[in-house]
Design a protein around this ligand. Structure first.
Ligand code: PEP
Ligand code: MG
Length: 291
């Protein structure tokens, strides 16, 4: 049975009618990859970098971040790796960085908003990412983007850090910059963003669409990623990606909810990203889907 499970995990995913679906991994900490064969996935769809900032020893420096990003890229052995810039705030407070007194942290200074407000912290991460980019197929994505100006400002900062590193003779590359689509404004206006790719964050997209917090049990029934309103926003994002010729993936928990696999693939999604533990089950669920 173990050998069968391993074989199932290693096989590329395809629907019953032969549509190839890319299955990527979500990584919350480097330990998630320990002992894992990279052949189980088509790449890494989301590295949550908050773990680097959660220790008690203060904010991580450029070299420490670079070492971690490089190790993840080397593990992936040439497969695409999408690393998300710091998504602090909301459900992810970081001591010394996020504001404790916000009345509505989910609607406050979180994700890209905080990074743009703290260029001293953001630039260090961008430099570490540019240096790591020479070690694999790195893509960088921004969390909680609501308007194109946020992506534009981040693109300008990434260009500036890449140029500065190059001038110093440091080995580096300029990774493509994409956005998470997890705010309804970004889903509705996805075509207006000059993003290199879109990755749908269904956890936040659902809570903002349904006005039901992701961490309040009393409204858990309303926090439904399978609601037609959420699926419509996902379909709209997929359509924007198709029109612009850029990849769309989904990396929220909905990707690992096998009750939703059919509905998600029906939106036209061809890339799903889940935690390693869900890979075998997701591939089996995909194999049961027909168009
Ligand atoms: C999401 O919001 O769906 C997502 C993938 O990001 P996080 O859960 O880290 O907010
Ligand atoms: Mg999110």
């Amino acid at each position: 049975a173990q050998i069968a499970a391993d074989a199932g995990r290693l096989k590329p995913a395809a629907t019953a009618d032969g549509r190839r679906i890319a299955v990527l991994l979500n990584v919350a900490a480097p330990e998630d990859l320990a002992g894992l064969d990279a052949a189980i996935c088509d790449g890494i769809g989301l590295v949550r970098t908050e773990f680097l900032f959660e220790g008690s020893r203060g904010l991580p420096g450029e070299d420490a971040q670079y070492a971690v990003y490089r190790r993840i890229l080397e593990w992936a052995a040439g497969r695409p790796v999408t690393i998300r810039t710091l998504d602090a705030g909301g459900d992810k407070p970081i001591a010394g960085l996020t504001i404790d007194s916000e009345r509505n942290p989910f609607l406050g200074l979180r994700g890209i908003r905080l990074s743009l407000a703290r260029p001293d912290v953001f630039r260090v991460q961008l430099r570490a990412l540019c240096r790591a980019a020479v070690h694999g197929a790195l893509k960088v994505m921004l969390p909680m983007v609501a308007v194109p100006a946020e992506l534009d400002r981040a693109n300008a900062m990434l260009d500036a850090e890449f140029t500065a590193l190059t001038a110093l003779g440091v080995a580096c590359a300029r990774p493509p910059l994409g956005i998470m689509v997890e705010v309804p404004s970004a889903a509705l206006c996805a075509e207006d963003f000059g993003a290199a790719f879109y990755s749908i964050g269904s956890n936040d997209l659902t809570q903002y669409t349904m006005a039901a917090a992701r961490d309040i049990g009393a409204v858990a029934d309303l926090n439904d990623a399978g609601h037609p309103a959420v699926l419509a926003l996902i379909a709209r994002t997929v359509e924007a990606g198709r029109k612009r010729g850029v990849e769309v993936s989904l990396c929220g928990d909905a990707a690992a909810d096998m009750r939703l696999t059919n509905a998600l693939l029906a939106t036209g999604l061809t890339t799903l990203s889940v935690s390693p533990i869900a890979v075998a089950r997701l591939k089996a669920a995909i194999a049961g889907v027909t168009a």
